[in-house]
Design a protein around this ligand. Structure first.
Ligand code: FAD
Ligand code: DHB
Length: 389
């Protein structure tokens, strides 16, 4: 079997890349280790930058997002009971759209089934061959049978734990990493959100976030220590902890109900450099991880993929390799800015056990500065709604 581009991973990065290539007539095959239902059952990101929404529109998969997504013109940041609204629209004339990663993935899967190239799910033992040569190959096992696909390029869209980055010799890649000493415990519930906009809150007991998926479905998070186990968190214990970290009025208004999903995710900042190794390119979580505080993970995957798709389309259409040659540097420049913002939001809003009272006073000063300076709020708004492509 032969194709132009083998895409490893059918998360949002792989599916979006497949979609953009399909639309430009660049044939491609997606290989995914899990089943479609499994991929859709992962509850992850919830906020789309305005530019990500535009990418989905241009890819022809934005219709349901425009119908059902919630346009948010601002967020609230709370700090030990004080509040500050970041008015995206008033400050910079931009917004974000609340529309879950599950829905984005669903829309991309539907589009591929309707008019896209092949996607092979439950492909085991995906293995990369000869990506430093002229004809790379990718082999996989499906239903006990080994298959091999020859291609021009391999796109590693297989997430942080995927096989693509791991296939690169250690001497060819450099990684930069910061592991935070806490995680987020998240709970999804079919109850209306407590407020119209998201609330990010710093409290001495730890960070809390009130988010949503729809007018009837809420997503809440609390910062927890890394050794916490989700089994030890009953729904009641979760809601008590959440309420204890919020403004009493907000706490009072939270509508509780049985959790549809509850899980703990560790927080990490990570960047691999470079993002190209011969005929292998990395995009999305395979290339970088951000702590979720800035809501950047999914958005960054979308911009990487936009750059990579443009470069591949230019290669096949205009016979120019300029885009492919420039991909790594161009994507990394934007990635590091999103890394910086995610790190900044994380260090402002969480409790860091090791920084002591000095650290807390600095956080307080940072919050006060943001609340008092329109310029500081505009900087936050510009980063949160997404930097230019
Ligand atoms: P992924 O979504 O990870 O997709 C990679 C795909 O590759 C998966 O389907 C995987 O099964 C497949 N794969 C892996 N290995 C192989 C292999 N060897 N062979 C074939 N296929 C393979 N971001 C936010 O903004 N807010 C959040 O609240 C948030 N929560 C998160 C919670 C968790 C637990 C995680 C892991 C991430 C979270 N993120 C969040 C980040 C965001 O979801 C990711 O940035 C986004 O999913 C990146 O998309 P991706 O397609 O690059 O990677
Ligand atoms: C959600 C996740 C985030 O990381 C964030 O910053 C905002 C919202 C969410 O899952 O809804």
């Amino acid at each position: 079997q032969r194709t132009r581009v083998v895409i490893v991973g059918a998360g949002p990065a792989g599916l979006l890349l497949g979609r953009l290539l399909d639309r430009a007539g660049v044939d491609n095959i997606i290989l995914e280790r899990k089943s479609p239902d499994y991929v859709l059952s992962r509850i992850r990101a919830g906020v789309l930058e305005q530019g990500t929404a535009d990418i989905l529109d241009a890819a022809g998969v934005g219709a349901r997002m425009r119908r059902e997504g919630l346009v948010h013109d601002g967020v609230e940041i709370g700090f030990d009971g004080d509040k500050c609204r970041i008015d995206f629209d008033g400050l910079i004339g931009r917004h974000v759209i609340v529309y879950g990663q599950t829905e984005v993935t669903h829309d991309l899967m539907d589009a591929r089934t309707a008019e896209g190239g092949p996607a092979i799910y439950e492909a085991e033992d995906v293995t990369l061959h000869d990506f430093d040569g002229a004809v790379p190959k990718v082999s996989y096992v499906k239903d006990g049978v080994t298959h091999e696909i020859a291609c021009d390029y391999i796109a590693g869209c297989d997430g942080y734990h995927g096989v693509c980055r791991a296939s690169v010799p250690a001497s060819a890649i450099r990684s930069f990493e910061r592991v935070y000493p806490f995680g987020w415990l998240g709970l999804l519930v079919d109850k209306p959100p407590v407020a119209e906009e998201l609330i990010y809150a710093h409290h001495e007991r730890g960070f809390a976030l009130c988010s949503m998926r729809s007018p009837t479905r809420s997503r809440y998070y609390v910062q927890v220590a890394l050794d916490e186990k989700v089994e030890d968190w009953s729904d009641d214990r979760f809601y008590d902890e959440l309420r204890g970290r919020l403004d009493p009025e907000v706490a009072e208004a939270i509508q509780t109900g049985p959790a549809l999903e509850k899980s703990i995710a560790p927080l990490r900042s990570f960047v691999a450099e470079p993002l190209r190794f011969g005929r292998l390119f990395l995009a999305g979580d395979a290339a970088h991880i951000v702590p979720p505080t800035g809501a950047k993970g999914l958005n960054l995957a979308a911009t990487d993929v936009q750059y990579l798709a443009d470069a591949l389309i230019e290669h096949y259409g205009e016979k120019s390799d300029a885009g492919l040659d420039g991909y790594s540097a161009k994507a990394l420049a934007r990635i590091w800015k999103a890394e910086r913002f995610s790190w900044w939001m994380t260090q402002l809003l969480h409790v860091f056990p090791e920084t002591g009272e000095f650290g807390r006073r600095i956080q307080r000063a940072e919050f006060d500065y943001t609340a008092s300076s329109e310029r500081a709020r505009a900087v936050l708004a510009e980063n949160y709604t997404g930097l230019a492509l």
